[in-house]
Design a protein around this ligand. Structure first.
Ligand SMILES: *Cc1c(COP(=O)(O)O)cnc(C)c1O
Length: 376
């Protein structure tokens, strides 16, 4: 039977060559030559001060440490997101205040943020869902007005912009992911982006087990020691070798992903309206990095019909997050507010296969099958 997976990682000859070069070289641990080249390559993309991390999850945990989040601090974040956006702050003992999504897309609603601000609010975490920028003008204005830090969970947002600025560089701290399901992959991997130079210095320390090892290797101190709390957040140079090849392929990867996205859009956006199914729309401040092509189904049963019907012919489409405020772990801590948009996206978002080696014929097969299921 034909099978079209939801995602398939793609490593080319250059990934193999760089990893081989690293393995034959003298440095396999973190912060070797390939890590340095990744940092430079991301700098050249306009991402500013960055450090590779083992995952976006770890970059978010670093963010919580860098902002000195602790018990009594409140953090506002969307409910419709991946657990890592929340865990990083829960681990530090913060009180999580989940905000609803906007009505017309899964990103956090600025009005919902504003309603949750208290004197204890220390950070707002925004998640650029599907790589589409949140309303950073309004959110930035709220953060400035109340003196609150912004953390951007830009896990899905490489090569995407808000009014020309790369996502991840707008808030105080940004976090990206190179998990194999993202546009750029290192298998597992991440990046922390930091605006403030002093905070960047601290990030180097926290990432290196709380030591000033990075400064030592630059010759700035003559021995290194334990200067604050930290952990091991740096990936092996072997992973950086894989990632460097991916960064160098970014334009090709993005051209192909956008072509797939546009092919889905052309085939589905108009025809599915009559079934009450919407596709993503782009606010005028945002760009599309083709991280994800998703449908917003009319209801849960229609989505289930599509998931089952596609699966029956070997096509894997995926629902997405379960609202964190009603999750098995968190629901007993939630303050009881209804978050209707988050719950609606929990029930209705359906993500279609999208990966760089997906063929046009496969895209057409997915679209035709969706049309058949809905017409049946
Ligand atoms: C993928 C993802 C993460 C986690 O990334 P890892 O690199 O797997 O830790 C966090 N937040 C969002 C929004 C994601 O999509």
């Amino acid at each position: 039977m034909l099978t079209i997976p939801f995602n398939r990682p793609s490593a080319g000859q250059r990934e193999i060559d760089y990893v081989t070069e690293c393995l034959h070289g003298p440095k396999h641990a973190g912060d070797g030559p390939f890590t340095k080249r990744c940092h430079e390559a991301f700098g050249a993309l306009g991402l500013g001060r960055v450090l590779l991390t083992t995952s976006c999850t770890d970059a978010l945990e670093m963010a919580a440490l860098l902002l000195d989040i602790g018990p009594g601090d409140e953090v506002i974040l969307p409910s419709f997101t991946f657990v890592s956006s929340a865990n990083a702050f829960a681990l530090r003992g913060a009180t999580l205040r989940f905000a609803d999504s906007a009505a017309d897309n899964p990103n956090i609603s600025p009005d919902a943020i504003e309603a949750l601000v208290t004197p204890r609010t220390k950070a707002i975490v925004v998640v650029h869902y599907a790589g589409v920028a949140c309303d950073m003008d309004r959110i930035g204005e709220i953060a400035t007005r109340y003196g609150i830090a912004i953390v951007e969970d830009a896990a899905q947002a490489i090569d995407s912009f808000h009014r020309g600025r790369p996502l991840g560089t707008i808030g105080d701290i940004g976090a990206m992911s190179f998990h194999e399901t993202k546009n750029l992959s290192a298998g597992e991997g991440g990046l922390i982006l930091i605006r403030n130079p002093a905070m960047f210095r601290r990030a180097e320390i926290i990432r290196e087990k709380g030591t000033n090892r990075s400064a030592f290797f630059r010759g700035e101190v003559d021995k290194y020691g334990w200067v604050e709390v930290g952990s091991s957040f740096l990936p092996s140079d072997i992973l950086a070798a894989y990632l460097l090849a991916q960064i160098e392929r970014l334009n090709g990867i993005q051209d192909r992903r956008r072509a797939i996205w546009n092919r889905y859009e052309r085939a589905l956006a108009g025809p599915l309206l009559r079934y009450g199914i919407a596709t993503a729309t782009l606010p005028d401040w945002a760009t599309n990095n083709a991280h994800m092509f998703y449908l917003v189904c009319a209801d849960l049963s229609q989505r289930q019909r599509l998931v089952d019907g596609l699966r029956a012919t070997g096509i894997i489409a995926a629902s997405h997050y379960i609202s964190l405020h009603s999750s098995p772990f968190f629901h007993r801590f939630h303050d009881g507010r209804a978050l209707p948009h988050s719950d609606r996206f929990t029930d209705t978002v359906l993500r279609l296969p999208l990966f760089v080696d997906l063929t046009d014929a496969e895209v057409d097969t997915v679209c035709n099958r969706i049309a058949d299921i809905l017409a049946a």
